[in-house]
Design a protein around this ligand. Structure first.
Ligand code: UDP
Ligand code: MG
Length: 324
């Protein structure tokens, strides 16, 4: 947990921005965030998630020329959710905004988020009322996923929201105190409760550069979302077991009756036998897989390794990991 700032010195607003190979976006990001920081007394916490391009160098140059920009360098690529967690722990603002570096989360929306916060909402999340220039497949997947997640999890998870949001210090402290490593920040944010509200925006395309979230990573995040918030998939095994047992019982009764009535015409049936065998094998593998997903996360949690490692903090000298 980050050290408490000296009283009276907490900036009003912190902007937490994870960056992974975002050198092309940094100049524009700086320009637009600086304008914002002129307006609100604030700081920007840039988290370099082990970038391999010029990002780290540019960030340090930025911090040297503008002390409101703090640069945190992780020791390797820990992933977006971990980078955001690092930023949250090092931020000091009374309100904290989490946003992407590629300007898909338009900084111009932030004054509106702040306005709602000042009205008394502890969490103000930005909701995508549209996506510009993203393929229909991605849009359809995202649409289906968020609605499925809501149903399975049974939490008031707002659909079509990402990590772009403003959170009150109280909520940020709470998130920082959560020990879990498999973090699905937008889910935890819904879990904490408090007064929450949405601000709508149309998600613009990336300012520059390539998408860093590959399909595999997005799938991983999506799985984490369900598994970190719900035990429902574990129940799938129980349901399958119940349905299969019931049908085999009914089938048994059916065969018995046929037998007693003197019909014995069930020698054929190779196909049905094979189908049933394959079906049962599939169900068993599926449910073992689901148990494995939880098991691997439990293993990961009990190891209690830090979520990220800070190699260097171009700003105030601080501790090197997030462990107490
Ligand atoms: N990012 C990161 N670490 C990673 C992957 C991405 O810090 O391993 C950052 C990236 O630099 C960007 C944000 O996370 O600021 C969102 O990534 P991206 O734009 O690629 O994903 P999408 O827009 O599809 O959510
Ligand atoms: Mg993006």
């Amino acid at each position: 947990m980050s050290a408490a700032p000296a009283p009276g010195h907490a900036p009003e607003l912190s902007l937490v921005v994870p960056l992974y190979n975002e050198a092309e976006n940094l100049p524009e990001l700086h320009r637009r965030l600086a304008a914002l920081l002129d307006r609100f007394a604030g700081e920007a916490v840039l988290v370099d998630d082990g970038s391999r391009d010029e990002t780290a160098k540019l960030m340090d140059a930025l911090s040297a020329s503008d002390p409101r920009f703090r640069s945190l360098h992780l020791s390797r690529n820990f992933g977006h959710q971990a980078a955001v967690s690092a930023g949250l722990e090092y931020s000091r603002g009374r309100a904290v905004v989490v946003m992407d570096a590629d300007l898909q989360d338009p900084p111009e929306l932030i004054p509106e988020l702040v306005a709602r916060w000042r009205e008394g909402f502890e969490v103000v999340y930005a909701r995508r009322s549209g996506r510009e220039r993203e393929g229909w497949a991605k849009r359809l997947l995202a649409w289906t996923y968020y609605r499925l997640l809501r149903r399975i999890v049974g939490l008031d998870l707002p659909a079509d929201t990402g990590d772009f949001c403003l959170m009150d210090r109280q909520v940020v402290d709470l998130l920082n105190s959560m020990p879990e490593r498999n973090r699905y920040i937008r889910g935890l944010r819904a879990w904490v409760g408090f007064r929450q509200t949405a601000v709508d925006f149309v998600r613009p395309p990336r300012h520059a550069g390539e998408v860093k979230y590959t399909f595999r990573r997005s799938l991983g995040l999506a799985l984490n979302g369900i598994i970190s918030l719900s035990q429902a998939p574990l129940r799938v095994a129980t349901y399958f077991g119940f349905v299969v047992s019931l049908s085999s019982f009914l089938l048994g009764v059916f065969y018995l009756i046929q037998r007693l009535r003197g019909h014995d015409a069930f020698v054929k049936g190779w196909a049905s036998t094979v189908i049933i065998m394959l079906f049962l094998g599939g169900v068993q593998l599926l449910t073992i897989g689901i148990i494995g997903e939880y098991l691997s996360r439990i293993y990961d949690e009990v190891k209690r390794r830090p979520l990220y490692v800070v190699r260097r903090d171009a700003g105030v000298a601080r501790k090197t990991t997030n462990e107490g």
